[in-house]
Write a protein that binds this ligand. Structure first.
Ligand code: ADP
Ligand code: MG
Length: 393
């Protein structure tokens, strides 16, 4: 498969799928991370003497034009980040004859942006006719939207049948880092899995049990494992319908020689909102009206020890309710332990990425995946349609 750098882009019209599904409040983009992440690919395309049409979805307008989901705030924020004019090629139909004509008039080095792809119901259904319409906006298609790589939509999969297609730099890096981790991780390979629910991540746990040397289970996910083993978890978030599965996963880990770590102490409270009476207790001493909302210091020490000689780490899922003090400590302690390692450290998952950013240790990680759902499906061992369409795998 060809790489972006191998293509001659001079005087070409490039159609670029980006993930600019950014938060907008009162007409202003409040987090520009995703726009910044696409800058490298955009700059390269423009420097190579091509013109560029940007396309993305934003929010859930459910297949029809809705002003509040317009790309206009994103276009303005992108102009600031790229330091150049971005022409609005806007139509409530997303693509029509006028949009195509104006896209075709773009000169080398010029950029336009079309309206929210999800104003058209065919986008999420991968409608062939809509994909063909989109393909008229360019001579070459570049996909740099890892956030939607786990979905087969018109703008990332359908369009590929009509145009020569390559992955952008952001996508290319995601594929390289994640496939390297899943296929050739240097050992010891340690996974830290947490977050809200076991049921969201069963496939991830199962797949990683085949790959890692150690599995550290934290967050509310750990509550379910502890409860399944007979611990009284009080009012903690647990999934009773996952008890059998939890036990069988632990057994499978033992059979495969994977060391599995569960919390030995936790921070409990009777209130998530105000942290009332928050205290550290052993997992044998959780009160009937208390919830385990973070890990305790002994667990943190055990995790630090389990990470010490790691050469590869995948982390998905916060270790506690990190959004609320005082339940952030365990999650941030993991971030700090990871920051000190001389290892390939990869973070997947939307909330995990947010936690790392909050910790300020982003730059110390090898890679933070730009796609929450997509990275999870990759860790499940699935082929992502957005990658497969372009790479032909
Ligand atoms: P990711 O998006 O990184 O995959 P998840 O969505 O699975 O992560 O989980 C993140 C959520 O899990 C956070 O909102 C966090 O507050 C919650 N969480 C973590 N630990 C606990 C806990 N002990 N009790 C309740 N919620 C928890
Ligand atoms: Mg999440």
């Amino acid at each position: 498969m060809k790489r972006l750098k191998e293509l001659d882009l001079k005087n070409q019209h490039v159609l670029l799928r980006v993930d600019f599904n950014v938060p907008v409040k009162e007409g202003k983009v409040t987090d520009t991370t995703r726009i910044e992440a696409a800058k490298e690919t955009i700059d390269y395309i423009l420097k190579s003497g091509a013109s560029l049409v940007l396309m993305s979805h934003r929010g859930r307008p459910k297949g029809e034009f809705k002003e509040e989901f317009s790309m206009e705030p994103v276009r303005k924020a992108s102009e600031e980040i790229l330091g150049m004019e971005i022409k609005p090629l806007f139509s409530s139909q997303v693509v029509d004859a006028d949009v195509v004509a104006r896209a075709r008039e773009l000169q080398p080095g010029e950029v336009g942006m079309i309206e929210n792809l999800r104003f058209r119901p065919e986008e999420e259904k991968n409608g062939e006719e809509f994909a063909r319409e989109l393909s008229q906006l360019g001579d070459i298609f570049v996909n740099d939207a890892f956030g939607t790589a786990h979905r087969a939509h018109a703008s990332n999969v359908g369009v590929v049948q009509f145009l020569p297609s390559v992955l952008g730099f952001l996508m290319g890096r995601e594929v390289e880092v994640l496939s390297d981790l899943m296929n050739n991780a240097e050992k010891p390979f340690v996974a830290i899995l947490g977050g809200a629910k076991v049921s969201d991540k069963i496939q991830v746990i199962e797949n990683l049990l085949n790959k890692v040397d150690r599995l550290i289970i934290v967050g509310a996910m750990a509550n379910t494992f502890l409860a399944a083993k007979g611990k009284d978890m009080g009012k903690s978030l647990v999934e009773e319908d996952q008890f059998d599965l939890a036990i069988s996963l632990l057994q499978r880990g033992r059979d495969k020689g994977v060391e599995i770590l569960l919390p030995i102490d936790v921070v409990v409270s009777t209130s998530i909102e105000n942290g009332e009476g928050a205290k550290v207790v052993s997992t044998d001493e959780i009160g009937a009206d208390e919830m385990a909302l973070d890990m305790g210091p002994d667990t943190i020490s055990a995790i630090e020890a389990a990470l010490e000689d790691a050469k590869s780490v995948i982390w998905n899922g916060p270790a506690g309710v990190f959004e609320t003090e005082p339940f952030h400590k365990g999650t941030f302690a993991i971030a700090e332990a990871l920051a000190k390692l001389d290892a390939n450290v990869v973070i997947g998952g939307g909330d995990s990425a947010a936690a790392i950013k909050q910790s300020g240790l982003e730059d110390k990680m090898s890679h933070i995946s730009s796609g929450g759902g997509a990275s999870l499906e990759y860790l499940e061992g699935k082929t992502l349609p957005g990658i497969a369409a372009v790479e032909g795998v």
